[in-house]
Write a protein that binds this ligand. Sequence first.
Ligand SMILES: [Zn+2]
Length: 264
Amino acid sequence: MRKFWLLLTLALILSLPFSGSVQADPGSETGQTQTLSAFVENWTESEVQDQADTTPLPSADPEKKAYLTFDDGPDPVWSPQVLAVLRKYQAHATFYMIGRNSSTFQDTVLAIASDGNTLANHSYNHYDLTTLNFQGFSLEVGDTEQSIRNALKDHPELASQVTKCLRPPYGKSNETVYAYATRMGYSISMWNLDTRDWAGLAPEAILANFSDKLQPDRVILFHDGGEDRQNTIEALDLVLHELIMQGYEILPYCTETGQAIIGG
Ligand SMILES: [Zn+2]
């Protein structure tokens, strides 16, 4: 309504000198019309600009999915800080846990699950799984799963967040590892975007590395344990901000139904 009255007033004001000058100077008709349309166009643009300033963050584009994963936790110092950043962006991730950590830091396992994240397997001792026979493999994977389930034993509503996904330490895998995993009902979960947060990079350098590699359907590798993760915490904030501004939907890679199918 405000816009209508403003336009009407403008039209009236501009029509007064315009109607008197048409015969004297035909060129002025074009001039006045351009002035009016230019003013309205500018006014409309500034109105749109005002709206843009107050528009909330862009909503997710269904074509743009990013899968967030963390390895080497749970860690009682770093995992809660990761969780705080995830909550800030209302994002969820899959946490590939080392069994000796999940058996020691059960409260941290529970905190990760309580926030709606999914829990997955990164072996008990972070061994190279290609060196193990099936007995060793099944202990590494089975004991890790058991320690995670123990941490959630008083919260049966969280049990469905324990997944059958295994990320081999160091990404080292072969046909035997795949066969052993299958025999235990597990899928092997790799990644396709390494943030290199393990390489001692500053948060800005992690973001730059991430931005260079970002495209839809990336499985993003971060770490929430193993060493000082201060740079990871700060980089995660930058990365999640970037993903949301670019319209990405941020999802855990592995859920109760298995790991996401990655196209391309
Ligand atoms: Zn690892």
